[in-house]
Structures are given as structure tokens and as C-alpha cells.
Design a protein around this ligand. Structure first.
Ligand code: NAD
Length: 442
């Protein structure tokens, strides 16, 4: 039976953007942690204290956690046998040719764990899954016959803030099986520090916990697409969507956060999560309830097309043979993640139209190159802008927000900036002699 005296021994299965941070953070909080992944290259890096991806604060956290001796890594699932709490943090990508989530990795991870479970162990799902998955997997875990149980504990971390969000989450959600008080006690022991600091905790059944995660993402996606829909209307009327957002954002019921019009959302979560949610709603016969998410997705994707159109317009109707500098490739600043990145998508579309695209990003050049080796990548904004006919700012990294037009004026061929994130001051750029265009603004 699990001893609830902390520190606990924890396994984290799947050491990607979520799992690696979770493993290091749990060790930092004093638990003994074994990170497990099937990707040997990733595990080798992590074991050497080096993150396999860019996340601010993670290198320091990994160094300190591995040096403490509390954090180790393995490719062998048998290493989980030492642990009594097992977090499942593997990927749930969009299934090829469908909107639905691919649960192959979650199923395989749980299946591989079964022979290593002992009485009182708790398997804790962290991956984002379609509602109904936890109940199905709870039966798989109890079917192992050793007296282990399952909980679902969705994760809300934001890439770029993952370390802070994991150590001090804004809420904890435990989805537990009926009458499984042990699960709640174990999770309380795992998160003792956050709970002591006053983090709110919501204990629910499995279905609610699963829905909390996907509905939170659906809400955020809707908020972004709402303002981007207003940007479309602004473009047709000569209104300015950034002023509109400021003005409606003063209403506390609306709020200004997540109301920045621009190239829209991307990444390894929001797009596939709203699609997976729609697919699951259809299976459940409640597709009408989520039909609006299909429009949320369409509005979001239309922004990328609009950006390509804007570049075409500024380049007198034809991008072919023109030099286009792309600043920003990651789906958001402070990340190297280019999964479903709007910025990378726009760069690729322009290259497909015959433009000579020279792209840069402070951290996401290598992740972009792995997906699109056909693009030309350089290290800095100035190199990208060399002889460019137009400069596209597509991810709002601080170094691009703070760019002084003078840094680029002497190297570009045409002084035109297209601000895909509404993140620089148009007055400054126009005063420096640049054409400034942005989404949703005159
Ligand atoms: P990721 O692709 O970066 O990481 C997944 C990892 O799981 C990979 O390293 C992969 O090698 C490993 N893996 C796959 N099968 C395995 C197995 N059988 N055993 C051990 N390891 C295995 O994905 P991610 O971004 O970390 O997302 C993981 C889950 O967390 C997803 O469901 C995602 O929706 C959810 N989530 C992610 C974030 C985020 O910001 N990235 C935030 C909240 C929730």
C-alpha cells in the first residue's frame, strides 16, 4: 500500500513538453522521480541535465533536480516499478485523416505499465483525452488485479511559463473514481506544496475532469477567434481591432487577456483539442452543442490565408521571386514548438507560391527545419531582412517587439513591415519611413 508520507516515489511516463517539466518540478518539490520515455535521444539529453526543447527555466530546474539525485531517467518502463504514483504524460495528437484524438500512445503507455504496478499504486492521467477515456482506462488498471487505481489530473501549463505553471498552478483538478478516497490523498501528498500555498482544488468524477481541460481550451480558442472575427469586420470597415479590443477589454466581464487579434492560435494543444472535442461530441450525439467550434477553427485558419493575401497585396499582386523575411516561426514566443504553428504555415505557403522566404526565430529554427528543410533559415532578424522586399513579423518574441526600424532600414530592399501579431508601434515604423500593415487595422 502506498505510504502517504512524503516524499513520494513518482514515475512520469512520456517526457515531452509536459512530462519533462512535470518530472523535474516534482523532483524539485522533494519527491523522488523517474522520467520514462520511449525516445532514447530525449532520455539521454534529459539524463545529462539538458532539456530536449526550449523552455525558460527548465535548464536550471533540470540541473538542480538531477544534481539532487532525486531525478533519474530511463527508457525502460520496468523502472516504474519503484514508484507508487505514475503520471501518464504521453502525446494525444490529432489522428491522421480525422479530427479525433489518437489514443494509441496513452493506451500503449498504460498497457506497458500494468506488469509493474503494485497494490495501492495510483496511475494518474495528465494527457488531454476525450471524455470517457479515463473510465475505460480505470477498468484496464483495475483489471490488472493488483489493487491499483486511476485518477485523471489534467494539466493546464502554458509553454513559455511551464515551470512556474507546474510548480504554482492556478488550480488543481482531480478526477477520481467513485469512492476512491485514496486517490485524493495521494494527489494531496504529491501537490502538498501547492495546496499549502492556497492553490484551489476541485475534486470531480472522471468525465468532469476530462471535460474541464478540453472546455478550457475551447473557451480560450473561442476568445481568440472572436477577436479575429472582429478583425475581419474591421478590415472591411476601416475600423481598428486593437482599439476595439482595448475598449471592450475594459469591461471586466470580457477582460483584455487573450484578446489580441493577429495570426491566431496554433501549437500542440488548442487546434487538435478543439477538433478532438468536436469529434467526441459527434460520437456522443451532441455535435450541435459544439458546432460553433468548427467556425472557431475556420476563423483561426482564415487568418493565415489573410496574411498571405496581405503580403501579396503589398508585393503588387505577386509574391513569386520576391524576397520575404519571416521573423518568428514558433507558435508562440518563448517556445521552440512549431506544431501547427501559424507562423511556419504562412512561411511555407509563401514559399510554395514561389517567394524566396528567409526565416528566423530565436529558438525554433531547428524544430522548423526538421519539418520544412526546404525553407532558408538564418540566425537573426537582420540577416533575414537582407535585401527583403517585405518583412513579416509572425511570432511576437520580445526581441521582435522591441526591434528598432533603423536596424533593418539599411539592409532591406523595400521598407514594408507586416505585423502578424499587432505587436509593434505603427507610429514608430511609419515615422521611420516604413509601410506598416497589420491584421484588423487600417
Ligand atoms: P510531446 O509530444 O512533447 O511528448 C510526448 C512524449 O511521450 C514524447 O516524448 C514521446 O516519445 C513519449 N511517448 C510516447 N509513447 C510513449 C510510451 N508508450 N511510453 C513512454 N513515452 C512515450 O507532447 P506534449 O506537448 O508533452 O503533450 C503531452 C500531452 O499533454 C498531450 O495530451 C497534450 O495535449 C497534453 N498537454 C500538453 C501541454 C503543452 O503545453 N505541451 C499542456 C497541457 C496538456
Amino acid at each position: 500500500m502506498t505510504s502517504l508520507s512524503t516524499p513520494l516515489t513518482i514515475s512520469v511516463i512520456g517526457c515531452g513538453y509536459l512530462g519533462a517539466v512535470h518530472a523535474a518540478a516534482m523532483a524539485e518539490l522533494g519527491h523522488r522521480v523517474i522520467g520514462i520515455d520511449v525516445d532514447k535521444a530525449k532520455i539521454d539529453l534529459l539524463a545529462a541535465g539538458r532539456p530536449p526543447f526550449y523552455e525558460p527555466g527548465l535548464p536550471e530546474l533540470l540541473t538542480s533536480a538531477t544534481a539532487s539525485g532525486r531525478l533519474t531517467f530511463s527508457t525502460d518502463i520496468a523502472a516504474a516499478a519503484e514508484a507508487t504514483v505514475h503520471f501518464v504524460a504521453v502525446g494525444t495528437p490529432q489522428r491522421a485523416g480525422s479530427n479525433a484524438a489518437d489514443l494509441t500512445y496513452v493506451d500503449a503507455a498504460v498497457e506497458s505499465l500494468l506488469p509493474h504496478l503494485s497494490e495501492g499504486d495510483l496511475v494518474v492521467g495528465k494527457s488531454t483525452v476525450p471524455v470517457g477515456t479515463a473510465e475505460r482506462l480505470a477498468a484496464v488498471v483495475s483489471g490488472a488485479g493488483v489493487g491499483a487505481t486511476l485518477a485523471w489530473n489534467p494539466e493546464f501549463l502554458r509553454e513559455g511559463f511551464a515551470v512556474k505553471d507546474t510548480i504554482s498552478p492556478d488550480r488543481l483538478v482531480y478526477g477520481v473514481g467513485e469512492g476512491d478516497e485514496h486517490a485524493e490523498s495521494v494527489l494531496d501528498a504529491v501537490y502538498a506544496a501547492a495546496l499549502a500555498a492556497g492553490t484551489p482544488k476541485v475534486v470531480t468524477g472522471y468525465a468532469t475532469a476530462e471535460l474541464v481541460k478540453v472546455s478550457a481550451n475551447a473557451f480560450l480558442a473561442t476568445k481568440i477567434s472572436f477577436i479575429n472575427a472582429m478583425a475581419e469586420v474591421a478590415e472591411a470597415t476601416g475600423a481598428d481591432v486593437t482599439q476595439l479590443a482595448d475598449a471592450i477589454g475594459f469591461d471586466a466581464r470580457i477582460g483584455r487577456r487573450f484578446l489580441n487579434a493577429g495570426l491566431g492560435f496554433g501549437g500542440g494543444c488548442l487546434p487538435k483539442d478543439i477538433r478532438g472535442f468536436m469529434a467526441r461530441a459527434e460520437e456522443l450525439g451532441v455535435e450541435q452543442a459544439l458546432s460553433f467550434l468548427s467556425e472557431v477553427d475556420s476563423i483561426n485558419l482564415r487568418r493565415r490565408g489573410r496574411m498571405v493575401d496581405l503580403a501579396t497585396e503589398v508585393l503588387d499582386g505577386d509574391v513569386s521571386g520576391k524576397r520575404i523575411a519571416v521573423l518568428g516561426l514558433a507558435f508562440k514566443p518563448d517556445s521552440d514548438d512549431v506544431r501547427d504553428s501559424p507562423a511556419l504555415d504562412v512561411a511555407v505557403r509563401l514559399a510554395e507560391l514561389g517567394a524566396i522566404v528567409v526565416a528566423t526565430d530565436p529558438e525554433a529554427v531547428e524544430t522548423s527545419r526538421a519539418r520544412h528543410p526546404e525553407l532558408t533559415y538564418v540566425s537573426t532578424a537582420v540577416e533575414a531582412a537582407q535585401d527583403a522586399d517585405v518583412v513579416l513579423l509572425l511570432t511576437e518574441w520580445k526581441q521582435y517587439r522591441d526591434l528598432d526600424p533603423a536596424e533593418l532600414t539599411s539592409v532591406v530592399s523595400g521598407r514594408a513591415l507586416l505585423d502578424g501579431r499587432n505587436c509593434v508601434n505603427p507610429v514608430v515604423w511609419r515615422e521611420a519611413g516604413w509601410t506598416y500593415r497589420a491584421l484588423g487595422r487600417p
